[in-house]
Write a protein that binds this ligand. Structure first.
Ligand SMILES: [Mg+2]
Ligand SMILES: [Zn+2]
Length: 233
């Protein structure tokens, strides 16, 4: 039954309780990162241009990043949720506009395994200078961004039920393409403003409860998908 349901889960502010990219920029980067951030928020540059400009401003290489990450917290309900997804044959993909190595590091620290980590790739040269490589699957997408999650929701048959879990701006443009959305923080505001159905969530234990109740119906050892019908939270 693998592939029937795909859970596309944001990382920063969703799995990690704080935004790890913001944390690293605030602690380690030249203050010029804020100028890029403001331009991104105003929509003058897209997230690829923003991140590609910000990451080289981080000082101290991976060693400095790892020190900062010691204080980064992962939602304590996520580890159990990942095990449950595997058991139920739900494909769990971390899809993030953040930094792949940070995600790999924090999930390994917590002993968490997921099916895929899709995120920009951190490259460090011998002098500790950092740059980002973007996933090959990203190109100019239907929303016009040169880097976003829209492509992950495109075509492919048979199409799995695609569930988005997210909290913020990196989830905005792909939100309309998801079959179900679990949202918190500014993603809630966005969904309300755009009249997109969503379910609010506190943690991953709550997502599991809702999926068990409304999506997965036990019938023998098979999973069945009930048709999604949402009400705005
Ligand atoms: Mg986020
Ligand atoms: Zn997009």
């Amino acid at each position: 039954m693998k592939g029937l349901i795909e859970l596309l889960c944001d990382f920063d502010g969703t799995v990690a309780l704080e935004d790890t990219v913001d944390l690293l920029l605030e602690q380690l980067a030249d203050p010029a990162w804020r100028i890029l951030e403001e331009r991104w928020v105003r929509g003058e540059i897209d997230s690829r241009e923003c991140m590609a400009g910000q990451i080289p401003l981080i000082q101290g290489g991976w060693a400095a990043i790892r020190r900062i990450l010691e204080g980064a917290r992962v939602d304590p309900t996520f580890a159990g949720f990942a095990v449950w997804c595997r058991r139920r044959g739900i494909r769990l993909r971390i899809v993030s506009g953040g930094i792949d190595r940070v995600i790999h590091y924090l999930l390994a620290r917590e002993g968490i395994t997921v099916d895929e980590i899709w995120a920009p790739h951190l490259v460090e040269d011998e002098r500790g200078r950092l740059t980002l490589d973007f996933p090959a699957s990203t190109g100019r997408t239907r929303c016009g961004s040169t880097f976003c999650k829209c492509e992950l929701f495109a075509g492919r048959m048979p199409r799995p039920l695609r569930i988005l879990v997210g909290d913020g701006r990196s989830d905005f443009c792909c939100a309309r393409q998801a079959d179900w959305i679990f949202a918190r923080d500014t993603l809630i505001t966005h969904c309300r403003a755009q009249a997109i159905d969503f379910l609010p969530f506190e943690d991953f234990a709550e997502i599991r409860r809702i999926l068990e109740l409304r999506v997965l119906r036990p019938s023998g050892d098979k999973l069945r998908v009930s048709s999604p019908s949402l009400t705005s939270g």
